[in-house]
Ligand binder design. Structure first.
Ligand SMILES: Cc1cc2nc3c(=O)[nH]c(=O)nc-3n(C[C@H](O)[C@H](O)[C@H](O)COP(=O)(O)OP(=O)(O)OC[C@H]3O[C@@H](n4cnc5c(N)ncnc54)[C@H](O)[C@@H]3O)c2cc1C
Length: 393
């Protein structure tokens, strides 16, 4: 048939050839990050997960990719498209969900917050150092009783002379134990505000959350703020829950790409096993039921790839809505969780082992489904956008 290819030999998980829709620069960034992920990250990812250790030693190599500060143009950061940034997350999470989450806390949440809400001085001071990973940042919004309910923060910031004094507790904060600056969201007299808390600070202490069975290769911590003094100059210029929502709107797009990277890894592992593993004297890939599973996995990944690509372009044009990124996050995370579970089934008993990485992805995806708004909370954001009716205050 004219123009229709009948067989596929490419191992790339890209059924609808979305690669054709990328710019040369986007392809180059993706390939460069893939080299780092395969060459440097893969050799340490399984052990880091088993030991619940973050591979700090990889940070200089990550910084050398010149990707961390790239969402911003200026202040020592070269700038790149939202699609390129999504591809970075896809390539990292394809190998290691924990490391990709580190990247998103540093380069997504924290850099984006300072770039969109910070003063010129704050940007000049922090962005180049964060971009080079010479300083590590944490983004501290969640509290023990205010996760989904983040707009009702209990942490207080009270003005005292030239300082603010912060009191409260934060929970689940990525990078908190290794950070040089923590972006603490708190309730000030005039509403929610972000504060750049430079660490160490005598009023700031943190404890790693132990016993975590997802993304074990990145540390999250509880933060105690007890009389934590911060110069008033460290208050972010733009505040209010609107500022938080603006950052999360962008970041949810990146989480969607992250989820797709994990789904791609699980599909690849399942296909490889199905072609190699034999039962009833045939490769298990020859059974219709296995093929139906592989088709569903690949099809769902392909739909998600097209979705995030279009969303990235809309973000670049300033036309994406909070509902769009919330939908991308919830649907891609749910898709990846289902793909990982199906891949685990296709691997049979071997799927339990670290060797194939699928079980690690399956566990790690529980974190992805939960952070940056659970499935339900993101559905509420989409629901409000399409009905005009807020389901919660
Ligand atoms: C690995 C990991 C890393 C994280 N990293 C960070 C970080 O770096 N910084 C940070 O600030 N936070 C971080 N978080 C926190 C994360 O954003 C929260 O866990 C998430 O928002 C959910 O909040 P919660 O855990 O308090 O659960 P809850 O809000 O208590 O939710 C529990 C359940 O109730 C449901 N629910 C709640 N309210 C409603 C409602 N109105 N309608 C219907 N259902 C509802 C939820 O959907 C969920 O199923 C991280 C979490 C994890 C697990």
């Amino acid at each position: 048939m004219n123009g229709v290819k009948t067989a596929r030999s490419s191992p790339e998980v890209d059924f609808f050839l979305t690669d054709l829709l990328l710019t040369d620069e986007e392809r180059a960034i993706r390939d460069c990050v893939r080299l780092f992920a395969e060459g440097r990250l893969r050799p340490v990812a399984r052990q880091a997960w088993e030991d619940a250790e973050f591979p700090v030693g990889l940070l200089p190599a990550l910084a050398a990719l010149d990707a961390v500060g790239r969402m911003v143009k200026g202040h020592g950061c070269p700038g790149m498209s939202n699609v390129a940034f999504g591809l970075v997350l896809q390539e990292l999470s394809r190998v290691d969900s924990s490391f990709s989450t580190f990247f998103n806390v540093q380069a997504g949440l924290s850099v984006t917050t300072i770039a969109t809400c910070g003063s010129e001085e704050q940007k000049t001071h922090w962005l180049p150092r964060l971009a080079r990973c010479e300083a590590i940042a944490a983004f501290a919004l969640t509290e023990p009783d205010h996760g989904s309910d983040a707009s009702h923060l209990a942490t207080r910031a009270v003005r005292n002379g030239d300082d603010y004094v912060l009191n409260g507790t934060k929970r689940w904060i990525g990078n908190a134990t290794i950070c040089d600056v923590a972006i603490i969201w708190a309730r000030a007299e005039d509403g929610i505000a972000g504060f750049l808390v430079e660490v160490p600070n005598s009023g700031f202490s943190e404890t790693v959350i132990e016993g975590k069975l997802a993304q074990r290769g990145i540390w999250q911590a509880d933060i105690q703020l007890e009389g934590c003094r911060v110069p008033a100059a460290n208050r972010l210029h733009q505040g209010g829950f609107r500022a938080v929502a603006q950052v999360l709107t962008i970041s949810r797009h990146y989480v969607a790409w992250h989820a797709i990277g994990e789904a791609m890894a699980c599909y690849e592992a399942a296909l490889t096993h199905a072609l190699r593993g034999e039962q009833f004297d045939k490769p298990i890939a020859a059974f219709q039921l296995i093929q139906a599973k592989l088709v569903r996995m690949l099809g769902e990944i392909a739909k998600a790839q097209l979705l995030v690509l279009q969303l990235g372009r809309l973000l670049d044009q300033g036309r994406a809505t909070p509902g769009m990124t919330a939908y991308a996050k919830l649907s891609c995370a749910a898709m990846a969780r289902e793909v990982a579970a199906t891949a685990r089934e296709i691997l049979g008993g071997n799927g339990m082992l670290q060797d194939h990485d699928v079980m690690r992805h399956l566990c790690d995806l529980e974190a992805v489904v939960t952070y940056e708004g659970t499935h339900d909370m993101n559905a509420v954001i989409v629901g409000r956008e399409i009905t005009g009716l807020g389901a919660i205050n």
